[in-house]
Design a protein. Structure first.
Length: 189
């Protein structure tokens, strides 16, 4: 009788450990390397890339955080990484916060990666969103059918006129509706 009670106690303990371990590990992972909850600095960048089948190449759109006095703020030159729109640190915080509220499955790594040149990017059947920071790298895939509805709420994160214009124009390339978009606002695009 005692061995039966002892066996039941051991089984209960093992079951309790099995149930609680995922919750404990999840909490630890969040504390260590949640890129979307980490502080934002000038090493933080976000890239959106999707190249659908077709006859022209869709360049990635990259957002990079800069100091408010940086001359690159409110510009969007073509760089080896893609069209790069420079935003303020508060805007980047809002963009990262907005990304964290999207219903996407993020894969995170403590590895701090740099954004590869667009010529080296793998073409997939989904939009790949990559966030890099001093805290690590996060990546998520977005179904192309959901680009318009998923990305539209991120407009509110962008206050720099050029960055907002680039983001809205980027979405237009995927058939999204952007009321009031001014096509010729930035002829250097």
């Amino acid at each position: 009788m005692i061995s039966l009670i002892r066996t039941a106690q051991i089984c209960s303990l093992v079951l309790a450990i099995m149930i609680s371990t995922p919750f404990l590990c999840h909490g630890q992972a969040d504390d260590k390397r949640n890129v979307l909850k980490a502080s934002v600095d000038e090493n933080t960048a976000v890239r959106f890339f999707y190249h659908p089948p077709g006859d022209y190449f869709h360049f990635p759109l990259v957002f990079r955080a800069v100091d408010p006095k940086d001359s690159r703020l409110n510009t969007a030159p073509m760089t080896p990484e893609g069209r790069t729109a420079y935003v303020s640190l508060p805007e980047m915080r809002e963009l990262i916060r907005g990304l964290s509220h999207l219903h996407l499955s993020w894969q995170e790594s403590e590895s701090v990666e740099s954004l590869q040149p667009f010529k080296k990017l793998e073409i997939t059947d989904t939009m790949v969103i990559t966030a890099v920071s001093s805290n690590g790298t996060a990546m998520a895939n977005l179904d192309p059918k959901r680009i318009c509805e998923t990305l539209k709420p991120l407009d509110s994160a962008l206050e720099t006129p050029r960055a907002l214009w680039e983001f809205q124009g980027f979405r237009l390339n995927y058939g999204c509706k952007v009321p009031g978009f001014k096509y010729g606002a930035y002829p250097d695009h």
